[in-house]
Design a protein around this ligand. Structure first.
Ligand code: PMP
Length: 360
């Protein structure tokens, strides 16, 4: 084996987040046997053991998010992309329009899907600041206001939730459980779990009780929030394994100190990355204004764009992989999810400084 093979390898993919080693160990062990029931991979969703797992997962989410029984929690499939259609299908009621804040790639994907079901209204905004007057003009008509709290492809993040009297619908796929948010102010939230909470296959939805029951009649039953809430998300087979992994991650997050600890880690680690970028004297160009910079997906360009391919190749050789920007955006993107290690971030920061020293 070559010496290079011993170099630690750190993955910064935006598509899926790493599991902390102790969680990965727990998952591996449960694939052989879990709580004396056999492999978790073949745990029937109809069993008492699964009900207990789902109950514990929900209880942990409620503790971490500090949400009460005014919100229902749903365990669905189809990814966040399915919610782009299911939100309008379930929430429009008798309204023919909804408001969407256009902040980048993923909010546009949500808008394109919603446009198949309703008129999409676009309130004026300046980064994360949504103009109150623009919203007031929309308010009598729109069924809800949709935001993407963290734009994974563009490196933009709402520092806090916009103020609105409309029900707020939030795609939190890439920053769910990475920060303390006033969850009680949210009407409906959705997030697929492969980035910050484990494995692909599970999409979490939480929705205020009074927003249930507005689905269009043609909505398929398994995609009808009220029907799934009524059936405790077991109208059909839920994604059992992904729920198990989310449960293991939730226990880990609680052991670390909950959302306060996740917020501190994300703030500290992204600050170290931005500091290395800002100290490059213009060599690196962060893509987003300071106020709205993502603490999860810092994105930047190298001023001399011809160096981008060299940066990516050298980073890969140094054991830092998947740093290329989103295909529609280009440049470089760092993804720091809950399970990313401090060692990975430290290695990246050292690489940023060294690359600037050599090529700056
Ligand atoms: N919204 C955001 C903010 C995302 O980052 C992604 C995935 N990168 C999606 C939605 C789509 O998620 P899924 O692949 O689970 O449908």
């Amino acid at each position: 084996m070559s010496v290079a093979a011993w170099r630690p390898s750190h993955n910064f993919s935006a598509a899926a987040g790493p599991l902390p080693p102790e969680v990965a160990e727990e998952v591996a062990a449960a694939c052989r046997c879990w709580r004396g029931t056999g492999s978790v991979l073949s745990l029937p969703f109809t069993s008492e053991a699964f009900r207990q797992l789902q109950y514990e997962t929900e209880a942990s989410l409620r503790r971490l998010l500090r949400i009460t029984c005014a919100h229902r929690l749903l365990f669905l499939q189809g990814g966040a992309s399915a919610q782009f259609a299911l939100a309008p299908l379930n929430l429009l009621g008798s309204s023919d329009c909804a408001a969407y804040v256009d902040t980048g790639h993923w909010s546009r994907r949500a808008m394109a899907e919603a446009a198949r079901y309703c008129r999409v209204l676009l309130p004026e905004h300046d980064g994360s600041h949504v103009h109150a007057l623009a919203l007031a003009r929309l308010e009598p008509h729109a069924a809800y206001l949709h935001i993407t709290s963290n734009e994974t492809a563009n490196g933009f993040q709402f520092p806090s939730l916009p103020v609105t009297t409309l029900p707020l619908v939030v795609d939190m796929t890439s920053d769910f459980l990475t920060r303390v948010v006033a969850f009680s102010r949210i009407g409906m939230m959705y997030a697929s779990t492969q980035k910050t909470l484990g494995a692909p296959g599970l999409t979490l939805v939480f929705i205020r009780e009074d927003m249930l029951g507005r689905a269009q009649p043609a909505t398929p039953s398994v995609m009808n929030y009220a029907a799934q809430a009524e059936a405790s998300s077991r109208l059909n087979t839920p994604p059992v394994f992904a729920i198990f992994v989310a449960h293991a991650m939730l226990c880990w997050i609680e052991r670390q100190g909950g959302l306060e600890a996740m917020t501190q880690a994300a703030t500290r680690r992204s600050a170290a990355v931005y500091q290395a970028l800002d100290q490059g004297g213009g060599f690196y160009r962060p893509s987003v204004a300071v106020r709205d910079r993502s603490r999860i997906n810092p994105c930047f360009q190298i001023a001399d764009e011809a160096l981008t391919a060299c940066f990516l190749a050298q980073a890969q050789a140094a054991g830092l992989s998947d740093l290329q920007g989103h295909p529609n955006v280009g440049g470089i993107r760092v993804s720091i999810y809950n399970g990313t290690s401090d060692a990975a971030v430290a290695a990246l920061v050292a690489f940023l400084r060294e690359f600037h020293r050599v090529y700056g």
